[in-house]
Design a protein around this ligand. Structure first.
Ligand SMILES: [Zn+2]
Length: 433
């Protein structure tokens, strides 16, 4: 499928750039406003929740790879996106209802000290909080974070621009200047149960200090949480967050060292087009193995990749380690940065990566050309390339707040071994099979 798009884009419709750069995150001036013009709808809360999910889940500036989650609540029930479903296509069958009294148990109970045992016990209690008739659905791993906030709607996303702040050395200080006492900042903690408990304690402390609940949570090396009692309130607050951060982080073309001057290089120059085709074959052969019988390849020609020098380029620092769980789960710890001319080196580089990391790489960047996302499924290949670009942008945005900070090693190792993220990855692979 991707191959077809790639070759038809180059040889049949040379000007239709969007066809083969479908996973490109918008570059340059970012217009966050389109999403806020949704007409006000007077429907049930469930429908509002689904509409909110689509509004943010279909826009890669807010989430990539179907990540993020949303919820709404009544006094007794929390309705949340099921794990393994995608925000952008969320329907009634992707929602799970949970009994809020039973969720409270997770905050009160003392779990095993052993990490794996504790996660299993907490997951069991989370599953047991499901309402009757929901046994086939698995609540989002971030359910506790939603339960803690008193507002009716909660929208959690991973916007590139916001992560420019959450992955920055002075991110917290800048965020406090921008948002004052509306903000709850949460430092990096292990995801899932531990994150839920951490937020529970911090929200309680916030409420007694400020006599109100926070509506804005920034999760270091992770993303954004916005809460509100109506859809309009959510939209206004999301808009306010983006506008405030955009006032501090330059996002316009020309303000960064990465100028968008060569975006159409591939379609304007047939020898470049041939190089893309040649490299596609090289990448496919290097990755094809008993482990990956039919590699599905996504190609992204974004200017940020084209301007990449080689593996000694200072920009490769941006991809040395993952910034957030999304980067780690889909694009793995780091990409392969191929040599521009020597395509015969790629099999050796893949072999070395395989023995160092215990798995095949998911992203191959060819300096001056673009990035290949490679996996067994279209969704994961596209997500991998999109997240490599996301990392380059986060790295650039973070320069405005003291420079970028990667996920700590302890967190990386925890997520690599975490059953919850393997479940999420498997679900997105199966979605495109
Ligand atoms: Zn998240």
């Amino acid at each position: 499928m991707i191959f077809f798009l790639l070759f038809s884009a180059i040889f049949l419709k040379p000007r239709a750039r969007t066809l083969y750069s479908a996973c490109t995150v918008p570059f340059g001036i970012i217009d966050y406003h389109g999403v806020f013009s949704m007409p006000h709808v007077d429907k049930t809360d469930r429908n509002t929740l689904i509409e909110l999910s689509h509004a943010y889940g279909r826009d890669p500036r807010w989430v990539i790879a179907g990540g993020g989650n949303t919820s709404c609540k009544t006094e007794r029930t929390l309705t949340i996106k099921a794990s393994g479903t995608s925000l952008g296509t969320l329907g009634e069958s992707g929602l799970v209802d949970l009994n809020r009294d039973r969720l409270q148990l997770l905050f009160e109970k003392t779990y095993a000290d052993d990490e794996a045992q504790r996660e299993r016990e907490a997951l069991d209690d989370l599953m047991n909080a499901r309402a009757d008739g929901q046994a086939d659905r698995r609540p989002s791993v971030e359910t506790l974070m939603h339960e803690v906030l008193p507002q009716k709607f909660v929208v959690h996303t991973h916007p590139t621009l916001v992560n420019g702040l959450t992955c920055a050395a002075n991110g917290e200080r800048v965020a406090r200047e921008l948002f004052g006492d509306d903000l709850l900042w949460v430092p990096v903690v292990k995801p899932g149960y531990i994150l839920g408990i951490e937020i529970h304690n911090r929200v309680a402390a916030f409420r007694s200090a400020h006599d109100k609940a926070p509506w804005l949570i920034l999760l270091a090396n992770h993303g954004l949480v916005v809460a509100g009692d109506t859809a309009d309130e959510i939209h206004e607050r999301q808009k306010a967050v983006i506008e405030a951060i955009a006032s501090r982080i330059p996002v316009e073309i020309g303000t960064s060292p990465l100028r968008d001057t060569t975006a159409d290089l591939v379609v304007q120059n047939s020898s470049q087009a041939r190089r893309v085709a040649d490299w596609t074959t090289v990448v496919q052969r290097a990755l094809q193995s008993s482990e990956l019988k039919n590699p599905v390849i996504a190609f992204d020609t974004d200017a940020n990749f084209q301007q990449f020098g080689d593996s000694s380029d200072p920009l490769s620092e941006a991809l040395r380690l993952p910034f957030t769980p999304d980067h780690l789960v889909y694009a793995l710890r780091t990409p392969i940065i191929a040599r521009q001319t020597a395509s015969d080196h790629l099999p050796t580089m893949v072999k070395r990566f395989r023995s160092e990391h215990g798995k095949l790489p998911r992203v191959v960047i060819v300096p001056g050309l673009g990035a290949f996302g490679v996996s067994a499924s279209e969704a994961v290949s596209k997500a991998a390339a999109a997240l490599a670009l996301d990392a380059l942008l986060i790295h650039r945005y973070a320069q405005s707040a003291g420079g970028p900070v990667f996920m700590p090693d302890e967190q990386i190792r925890f997520i690599e071994g975490w059953e919850v993220e393997r479940f999420r990855l498997k679900a997105s692979e199966e979605a495109t099979k």
